[in-house]
Design a protein around this ligand. Structure first.
Ligand code: PMT
Length: 394
């Protein structure tokens, strides 16, 4: 049973979708999880405490100040659970969590919760589209909360639009993925590249791209937290508890990566490396008065992964990333083969909600045998853990 031994806290807020949460609880229990439920006072308007108690086979937690034992319930429940899933998450509760308001047991609990939190919003489409709800959802995403996007269709209030709680199966997938996150990387040496290279034109200008470095840094953070010795080679200016080498150009990244790779077990190339660079770099700032047009001659940069494949030993693992806006799977397979990779992470960049510069991503991890695993949209840190786990547990 996939969730054997896992302790899951299910939060229910006031929304008609609460009836679907009964089915979610049933699925979680069937998968082996121990489920406890916490309800807001409004949730009781939609499902009864008796229903939830019977389904969870546990006491239901509602009161913020119960007189049961000396321990504050919002702390003991938070400490003893592996994951908190709030479904449905109403606009009201989303707003409270995003603003640190703790005026009932559920909102107090989530504020004290240190492990993964998943929210499945459900509300009227106009409420979902409201500036305030979107602002609160964005703040929660940024803080690392996982949001299961609501779906479009006919809503209970009679409207058509986006706001319906995601299907129970979809929410279950999020739970499953969030709980299988911790890779064991003790004793492993990992090099990760991150960010977009900058190819200088003159002392002021460069050719760059939209990579923020977030995905690569999330991988480096996750690898470090999982016990690896991490070396991050990046175009982003940051300080970390692990080794960081700052580079700008593809050539600098190539040199640093080759040097570090010799000593490493795993290389993950997340960086968006410029395929071309200006043939010559002007010593002085190019002045616009000199001409009405400007032609830059570009020369091809070396392919870092191709260079690495020449020195790779069989026991070393090399992972590439592939950002594509079309034919994702076929292009990824082509690069996996051409660059002699052990894995490729295919990243669909056609959706602005994921990929470049977003805090979220959704990717497919593909191995040499073309075996592929899809990871649904979630914070980059969670995606990072799943990628690492996929690589080391294979
Ligand atoms: O940084 P973020 O804003 O978080 O965005 C993350 C991301 C979208 C940049 C990242 O998830 C991603 O997809 N990175 C790969 C981007 C890319 O340029 O892919 P590519 O298809 O051009 O290259 C394929 C692989 O070859 C990559 O691993 C790349 O690092 C590598 N490469 C590319 C060119 C080159 N000269 N040398 C290389 O080694």
């Amino acid at each position: 049973m996939v969730l054997s031994g896992k302790k899951i806290l299910v939060g229910i807020t006031g929304g008609i979708a609460a009836y679907k949460t009964c089915e979610l609880i049933r699925l979680l229990i069937k998968a082996g999880a121990e489920v406890k439920a916490v309800m807001t006072p409004s949730a009781k308007e939609f499902v009864t405490e008796t229903t939830i108690r019977t389904l969870t086979r546990n006491q239901v937690y509602i009161e913020q100040f119960p007189v049961r034992n000396w321990q504050p319930e919002h702390i003991s429940l938070a400490d003893s659970s592996d994951l908190f899933i709030i479904a449905p998450a109403s606009a009201n509760t989303i707003g409270k969590i995003a603003n640190g308001i703790c005026d009932n047991l559920l909102t107090s609990l989530v504020t004290a919760f240190k492990k993964p939190v998943i929210l499945a919003p459900a509300m009227n489409c106009n409420m979902w589209e409201s500036h305030f709800v979107q602002k609160n959802v964005a703040a929660l995403k940024k803080a690392g909360f996982c949001i299961v996007p609501p779906e479009s269709g006919e809503l209970a209030c009679g409207y058509e639009g986006t706001g319906r709680m995601a299907s129970v199966d979809k929410i279950f997938n999020f739970v499953e993925e969030a709980l299988h996150l911790e890779p064991n990387l003790k004793g492993k040496k990992i090099i990760i590249t991150a960010g977009g290279t900058k190819e200088p034109i003159d002392p002021v200008r460069f050719i760059g791209n939209r990579s923020s470095g977030k995905m690569g840094i999330a991988l480096a953070d996750a690898a470090f937290e999982s016990g690896a010795e991490v070396s991050l080679i990046t175009t982003v200016d940051i300080n970390k508890a692990y080794k960081v080498t700052k580079v700008d150009t593809a050539l600098e990244m190539l040199e640093a990566t080759k040097k570090g790779f010799v000593e490493s077990d795993i290389l993950i190339m997340v960086a968006a490396v410029a395929d071309y660079r200006p043939k010559t770099v002007a010593e002085q700032k190019i002045k616009k008065e000199n001409s009405d047009s400007l032609t830059l001659e570009l020369v091809k940069n070396p392919d870092i992964l191709m260079e690495i494949s020449k020195i790779k030993k069989p026991e070393q693992t090399v992972v590439g990333f592939c950002a594509e806006s079309e034919n994702l799977f076929d292009n990824a397979l082509k690069k996996l083969k051409e660059k002699n990779l052990d894995y490729i992470v295919a990243n669909d960049i056609s959706d602005p909600e994921i990929g470049f510069n977003s805090d979220y991503n959704a990717v497919t991890l593909i191995d040499k045998n073309k075996e592929a695993v899809d990871f649904v949209p979630m914070p980059k840190k969670n995606i990072a853990k799943l990628i690492l786990k996929g690589i080391v547990d294979d």
